[in-house]
Write a protein that binds this ligand. Structure first.
Ligand code: F6R
Ligand code: ZN
Length: 194
């Protein structure tokens, strides 16, 4: 535990069976309503919204002072499911201090990390248990669950990085991951930069 100003060494435990950090300081939940205009399959989105504002993903965080040198860590859990052909995914973001990196270690499930830079480079890396994905500074990132179980990843990033969600909300990502013939496929995002 910390008071926001000082910090002492601490530990935390991951309950992988129940997909949570047992002693988290923060628990964030994101539902379908939080992803308005982010999915290409709008009819499917509207239909699903009428039925249920489904829980798409959750984040458990250990908080530390948000200053240079410290690290924020936590667990990201993307639940299985699709909106139309598009798999459940996180909003995705750049870091506000754009050149700050992040490390993700997949602990459970199967996913893809969709990444891109402001200059137009893109990359998609597979996430499977015990595989880590290094997201360099300047790369926006979004986790996509391509399996039918929870996708659980441990993330670690600089505590002062901050989040820029606005750029992605406006422009979206260049690539989306959809299910085609029962398999994940990468597609140009027709909504990109609209
Ligand atoms: C932090 C980070 C992850 C994500 C989490 C949820 O910089 O990349 O902790 O915050 O996977 O995704 P977003 O934040 O895009 O809703
Ligand atoms: Zn991040």
């Amino acid at each position: 535990m910390n008071d926001g100003l000082t910090i002492r060494p601490f530990t935390f435990s991951i309950d992988l069976e129940n997909c949570r950090i047992t002693d988290a300081d923060n628990h964030i939940k994101r539902n379908l309503a939080d992803m308005k205009n982010q999915y290409f399959y709008k009819e499917a989105y509207d239909k699903m919204m009428k039925e249920d504002n489904a829980l798409l993903y959750e984040v458990y965080e250990k908080l530390v002072p948000e200053k240079s040198g410290e690290l924020i860590q936590g667990l990201s859990i993307v639940h299985p499911g699709k909106v139309g052909k598009e798999y459940f995914m996180t909003k995705g973001h750049f870091h506000s201090i754009i050149d700050t990196a992040e490390l993700y270690l997949c602990l459970k499930g199967k996913g893809m990390m969709v990444m891109e830079t402001p200059e137009g480079e893109w990359a998609i890396e597979e996430m499977i248990p015990n595989k880590a994905v290094y997201v360099p500074g300047k790369w926006a990132h979004r986790s996509v669950n391509i399996s039918d179980t929870d996708l659980v990843t441990l993330f670690i990033y600089p505590a002062d990085a901050g989040h820029d969600y606005g750029t992605i909300k406006e422009k979206s990502f260049r690539k989306i991951v959809i299910e085609e013939n029962g398999k994940p496929a990468i597609m140009d995002n027709p909504m990109w930069n609209l």
